[in-house]
Design a protein around this ligand. Structure first.
Ligand code: BGC
Ligand code: BGC
Length: 818
C-alpha cells in the first residue's frame, strides 16, 4: 500500500547545488562572491506624502524610555520569534518586542484553536512583556500575523477573495471596508499587527504569489494600498487613527517582488532603477499616504543583491528619500540569504536597515549574536537605538502602552464579531463584485428560474479549493468543509438560489447524472498553493479530466457554465471553447454564495446582481504569453486589462486556437524542487519511511530510509518523448547516508536501472549530483509517451538516502548508462 506525503511541512533548506557538476562528482560548496551592488540614486526618488509628522512629545517619551532600557532590552525589541517556539516566559526573560505566527502557526500548535485560545495566549504574552520586576521596562509586545485575506489562520474567520479577485472589483471603498473587518476580527483575537497588504505589482503570472497582487496596473495597486491601510489602521490625523479595533498594517515586500526574472519567487529583479521606482515601489507610495507603520523587506534580489542587505534601498531610499519613519521588518529568516549570514547571525541586514529580524525558530542564537555584535561595535549603538526608536514609536502611535491587555482593548473577546453575518456580508459583496464574465454565448447566464442545474467539478463543494493558500494552513492544504464553520461552498449558494427560483440543483462532482439537466455549472481550477510552491514554468492550465468533463456534458447537449478558480489568468483556450459561459471567479474565500448571487436569476427571471468585475490582469491568448501586461510592445491579449462582460453584452466568442505545439504543457522539467513540483506527489511503500530536512527558506530535502521504494507520481502522466530524444538526463541530488547492503534501482516509468555501484561510490554524508540520460530508462523499457513516475528509487535492503532537486537537464552522449 502506498501513502502519499504532502510536503506542506515547514521550513526549508537552501541547497546550494542546483545546476552544477557532472555525474556523481561531489558538489562544490563555496558560493560565488556577491556581485557588486547596482547603483541606486536616492535623489531620483521623490519623497512620499507623509501625513504624520513626528510628535515632539512622543519623541521625548521615546528618548526617556531608551535612556532607561538596558542593552539586552533593546536587543530583545529587534528579535521576532514564532509563537510556536516560545512560551510567554521567554517574552518575560528576553523582552521580545514582537512575536509572530506564520501561515499554519497556531496557539499550542492546535489547528482548531478557538478565538478565545488566541486571545488567551495574546494576553499571556502581553502580561509577560509588561512585567516590571527586577527593574525591567514595561513595553508591550506586539503580535504579527498574515491576515492576508481575512484573519485566515483562525478557524471561523471571514475569508475575503485573495487580492487578485479584489483587484477585479475596482472598488477602493470596499477595500477600505475589508481592511476594517479584517482588523476587527484580528482585534477580537488580540492580534495587533497584520503582515498585509501585499503591494506587489505582479508582472509574470507564473509567480506563485501572483494572487497576492491586486493588479499588474500600478495605479490600482497604489490606490488599494492606500485604502487598505486606512481600513486596517484608521485615517491618520483623525480620531479614527488606531481607534478601537484597528491594527498595525504592513506594506510588503519591499521592493520588486512582483518583477523577478521568470516570475521566480524570491528571485532576482533586474529592472532599471526607474522601473523599480515607477512600478514596483508605487504601492509603498500609496501605503505611506495613509501612514502605513511597517514595511516588510523582500526576499527578492535586485540585480543579484538580496533586498535584506540592500542598504541603499532600505535606508537611503525608503527612510531617507521616501521619509518612512516606521518599522522595517525582515521576512521569515530572510536575513540568512545574505552572503555571510546565517539564521543566527546577520549584522549586515540590521546595518542595512532591517529593524526587526523575523527569526521564527533560531531566535536564541540570533539574540545572543546580535547582543555580542552590539558589544563589539559591529552594530553601532546608534543604529540599535534607531531601530528601537522606530519600534517604540509605532507602539506608541498604536496606543499600545496604555491600552491594557488584548482582552481589554479593541474588540478583544467580542467573539460574536468573529465571522459575523455583518462581516460575511462584506465578503459576499466582494465575491459578487470580483467575478469576471469572459464568455456568455446565447445568454446561457443567468440561470433561469425553474432550471434543473447540475453542479459539477472538484471545486463545487470545496471551501478549501475556493479559498486558496494562506488559509488555516500555510499552503491552504489539508482543509475540509468542516474546518469552515462560517462559510458557504459555491454549491451551497447555487443550491439555495436555484431552489429559491423554483428550480432543482444536483451536486455531482464527476458530472454524472440520471436525469438530464437543463444546464451544468462546472467549478474547477487551481489547487491551493502559497509562495514558491505556486511557481510554475507555464501558464497553461493543464487538466485533462476537467476538460473531458466539459466535453462530455456538451456532447450530451447540455450547456456548460465554467466557474474557474485560479490565482492568476491562465491559458484556458480549450476550456473556453468547451464552455458556453466562462466566469473567472479567482479565489473567492468563505462566501461561495456570492457566486450564485450573480449567476442565478430571481424567481421572476430578473438579474439579481449583474457582473461588475473587470480584469486586473491581462488574459493570455497564447500559451507563450507568460509576461503579458498592458503597455508592453506588441500587447495582444485574449482579454485586455479591464475586460469583463455584463448581462447587457451580447458578445459571442469564436472558437479559439488550441495549439500548444513546441510548448511543454506540463511543467515537465522539474519534478522535485524543495518540494514536489505539482502535479507530482511523493509516494512511499509501507516498509520505508521518510522525513524532511528543513533549514533556511529555499527547500526541503527528502530523507528516505528503505528497504522499499519511494517515488514521485502523478495521475496526469507526461509525454517525455521529446525530452528523451533530445538527450535530456534525469538529474538527482543525492546523499548516501548509510552503507549499502543490497541492490538499489532507479527507475523512470517502467524502465529501471541498477545504480548499486554508483550509489556505493557516493561519498557518505555529502551531496552529489547524479545524472542519467532518459534514453537509458527508455532502453530499459520505459514508455516515454506516458510517464507517471519520473523517479522511483527501490532498495531491497536497509538503506538511508536523501534526495533533493529532481529535474531534467541537458545530458551528454558520452555518459554511459549504468
Ligand atoms: C511562511 C510561513 C509559514 C512557513 C512554514 C514560511 O515561508 O511564510 O508563513 O508558516 O514558511 O514553514
Ligand atoms: C512570507 C511573508 C509572510 C511571512 C510570515 C514569509 O515567508 O514571504 O509574506 O508575512 O512569511 O508568515
Amino acid at each position: 500500500m502506498n501513502r502519499t506525503h504532502s510536503l506542506a511541512l515547514a521550513g526549508i533548506l537552501a541547497l546550494l547545488f542546483s545546476g552544477c557538476a557532472t555525474s556523481t562528482s561531489p558538489l562544490p560548496s563555496p558560493p560565488s562572491p556577491p556581485p557588486a551592488p547596482h547603483a541606486i540614486h536616492p535623489e531620483l526618488w521623490p519623497p512620499a506624502a507623509a501625513p504624520l509628522p513626528l510628535d515632539p512629545v512622543m519623541e521625548r517619551a521615546i528618548d526617556d524610555l531608551l535612556g532607561r532600557m538596558t542593552l539586552e532590552e533593546k536587543v530583545g525589541q529587534v528579535i521576532q520569534p514564532s509563537i510556536t517556539t516560545i512560551k510567554p516566559e521567554d517574552v518575560r526573560t528576553y523582552k521580545f518586542g514582537s512575536v509572530l505566527n506564520g501561515g499554519g502557526g497556531w496557539p499550542g500548535d492546535i489547528r482548531k484553536a478557538t478565538p478565545a485560545d488566541w486571545l488567551a495566549l495574546a494576553d499571556a504574552f502581553h502580561e509577560a512583556s509588561m512585567d516590571t520586576s527586577g527593574g525591567r521596562q514595561a513595553i508591550p509586545v506586539i503580535w504579527g500575523a498574515d491576515a492576508v485575506h481575512g484573519h485566515s489562520n483562525v478557524i471561523g474567520a471571514t475569508l475575503f477573495p485573495h487580492n487578485v479577485g479584489l483587484g477585479a472589483m475596482k472598488n477602493p471603498d470596499l477595500i477600505r471596508r475589508i481592511g476594517e473587518v479584517t482588523a476587527a476580527e484580528m482585534s477580537v483575537t488580540g492580534i495587533d499587527w497584520n503582515f498585509s497588504p501585499t503591494v506587489a505589482v505582479a508582472l509574470d503570472d507564473r509567480w506563485g504569489r501572483a494572487y497576492e497582487s491586486y493588479s499588474e496596473d500600478l495605479e490600482l495597486v497604489r490606490v488599494y494600498a492606500e485604502e487598505m491601510v486606512v481600513g486596517l489602521q484608521g485615517s491618520p490625523n483623525t480620531d479614527d487613527f488606531f481607534s478601537r479595533g484597528r491594527v498595525i498594517a504592513t506594506a510588503k515586500h519591499f521592493v520588486g517582488d512582483g518583477g523577478t526574472v521568470g516570475g521566480k519567487d524570491q528571485g532576482d529583479n533586474v529592472s532599471t532603477e526607474a522601473e523599480l521606482r515607477d512600478i514596483h515601489a508605487q504601492g509603498y507610495y500609496g501605503a505611506m499616504r495613509s501612514a502605513v507603520q511597517v514595511v516588510m523587506a523582500s526576499y527578492n534580489s535586485w540585480h543579484g543583491v538580496k533586498m535584506h542587505g540592500n542598504r541603499a534601498l532600505l535606508t537611503d531610499v525608503l527612510r531617507g528619500r521616501m521619509g518612512f519613519d516606521g518599522i522595517v521588518v525582515g521576512d521569515w529568516n530572510g536575513h540568512n540569504q545574505i552572503p555571510g549570514c546565517t539564521n543566527t547571525s546577520c549584522a549586515q541586514a540590521f546595518n542595512a536597515g532591517i529593524d526587526i529580524f523575523m527569526v521564527p525558530e533560531d531566535w536564541k542564537g540570533l539574540y545572543e549574536t546580535t547582543l555580542a555584535q552590539v558589544r563589539s561595535g559591529e552594530i553601532r549603538p546608534e543604529r540599535l537605538d534607531e531601530a528601537v526608536r522606530r519600534i517604540l514609536r509605532v507602539k506608541m502611535r498604536a496606543g499600545l502602552f496604555t491600552a491594557g491587555k488584548p482582552s481589554e482593548r479593541g474588540f478583544g473577546g467580542q467573539f460574536s464579531r468573529f465571522g459575523s453575518p455583518e462581516h460575511r456580508a462584506v465578503a459576499r459583496q466582494a465575491v459578487r463584485e470580483s467575478l469576471v464574465l469572459l464568455k456568455n454565448d446565447r445568454g446561457v447566464l443567468p440561470l433561469r428560474p425553474g432550471a434543473r442545474v447540475l453542479v459539477a467539478g472538484d471545486g463545487a463543494n470545496s471551501i478549501a479549493k475556493q479559498s486558496g493558500g494562506w488559509t488555516i494552513t500555510w499552503q491552504g492544504d489539508g482543509n475540509e468543509n468542516e474546518d469552515f464553520p462560517n462559510a458557504t461552498s459555491i454549491w451551497d449558494g447555487l443550491r439555495t438560489a436555484v431552489q429559491a427560483a423554483g428550480g432543482r440543483a444536483t451536486l455531482s462532482s464527476d458530472g454524472s447524472y440520471e436525469e438530464k439537466p437543463d444546464v451544468a455549472v462546472v467549478v474547477y481550477g487551481e489547487d491551493p498553493y502559497a509562495e514558491f510552491q505556486g511557481d510554475r514554468r507555464t501558464i497553461i492550465f493543464n487538466a485533462p479530466r476537467d476538460l473531458s468533463l466539459l466535453q462530455r456534458l456538451r456532447a450530451d447537449g447540455i450547456p456548460v457554465v465554467s466557474v474557474f478558480l485560479s490565482g492568476r489568468p491562465l491559458w484556458v483556450n480549450p476550456f473556453l471553447n468547451d464552455s458556453d459561459a466562462f466566469v473567472a471567479a479567482w479565489l473567492p474565500g468563505s462566501e461561495g454564495a456570492g457566486i450564485a448571487d450573480v449567476l442565478v436569476a430571481a424567481p421572476d427571471g430578473a438579474v439579481r446582481h449583474d457582473f461588475k468585475g473587470k480584469l486586473s490582469f491581462s488574459w493570455p491568448k497564447l500559451p507563450t504569453q507568460v509576461v503579458l501586461n498592458r503597455g508592453d510592445s506588441g500587447y495582444d491579449p485574449l482579454f485586455p486589462l479591464g475586460f469583463g462582460l455584463t448581462y447587457a453584452d451580447r458578445a459571442t466568442l469564436s472558437r479559439l486556437p488550441v495549439d500548444t505545439a513546441g510548448i511543454s504543457v506540463s511543467d515537465s522539467s522539474a519534478f522535485y524542487s524543495g518540494q514536489p513540483v505539482p502535479p507530482w506527489e511523493l509516494v512511499l511503500s509501507d516498509s520505508a519511511s521518510v522525513r524532511f530536512e528543513r533549514e533556511g527558506q529555499e527547500g526541503q530535502a527528502v530523507h528516505w530510509t528503505g528497504p522499499g521504494e519511494i517515488s514521485l507520481r502523478s495521475n496526469e502522466p507526461v509525454d517525455l518523448t521529446r525530452e528523451s530524444n533530445g538527450n535530456l538526463a534525469l538529474s538527482v541530488d543525492l546523499m548516501r547516508r548509510s552503507a549499502i547492503a543490497g541492490r538499489v534501482e532507479l527507475a523512470v516509468g517502467s524502465g529501471s536501472v541498477d545504480i548499486t555501484p554508483l550509489v556505493r561510490e557516493l561519498p557518505e554524508g555529502a551531496w552529489s549530483t547524479v545524472r542519467i540520460r532518459l534514453r537509458c530508462f527508455e532502453r530499459a523499457g520505459a514508455d516515454m509517451r506516458s510517464i507517471d513516475r519520473p523517479l522511483r528509487i527501490v532498495s531491497d535492503a536497509p538503506l538511508s538516502l536523501s534526495f533533493a532537486e529532481v529535474r531534467l537537464v541537458a545530458g551528454t552522449d558520452e555518459t554511459p548508462c549504468p
